[in-house]
Ligand binder design. Structure first.
Ligand code: 5GP
Ligand code: ZN
Length: 142
């Protein structure tokens, strides 16, 4: 897509701190560096977000994950963990509309990145959960 910043980066049209690329993906440093080594993995072809993926895209892109994780672990031996984050849609905080997976190396618990998981289980009865699982399972297409 001509006016997409990540297409331009993936196609080498604008400079970036590239860490890995092949025919399917490009991985480069996120300018914000939320944590040291914060890297983005993007498909080379323009897919807006996960809703654009088919099974083949998912297989091709996500099987590259260990390449980046292993490189980060080797490059930063002080890394104690890693968060993989994939925002899809504005409601889910996606700001760049070319699919990307964040690799956020973690060195300590408090370091400019946080995730809040609330427990909202009190809002659902056992019956609600049963119906919810049924609704999802009936929608699954393989
Ligand atoms: P999102 O909020 O869409 O999940 O994340 C978009 C990310 O892209 C942000 O973390 C932001 O720092 C990063 N970003 C935005 N523009 C550029 C850019 O031109 N180059 C690089 N390397 N990262 C960018
Ligand atoms: Zn794009």
């Amino acid at each position: 897509m001509s006016d997409c910043i990540f297409c331009k980066i993936a196609n080498g049209e604008i400079p970036t701190n590239m860490v890995y690329e092949d025919e399917v993906v490009a991985a480069f440093l996120d300018t914000s560096q939320v944590t040291k080594g914060h890297t983005l993995l993007v498909p080379k072809k323009h897919l807006a977000n996960i809703f654009d993926y088919d099974v083949k895209d998912a297989g091709a892109i996500f099987r590259r994950i260990p390449i980046i994780v292993n490189a980060l672990q080797k490059a930063f031996p002080d890394m104690k963990g890693i968060n993989l984050l994939n925002n899809n849609g504005e409601t889910a905080y996606q700001t760049v509309m070319h699919s990307h997976l964040h690799f956020l190396p973690r060195y300590q618990k408090e370091e400019g990145f946080g995730i809040k998981f609330e427990n909202n289980s009190s809002q659902y009865s056992d019956e609600d959960l049963k119906n919810m699982a049924k609704k999802i399972s009936q929608a699954i297409e393989v």
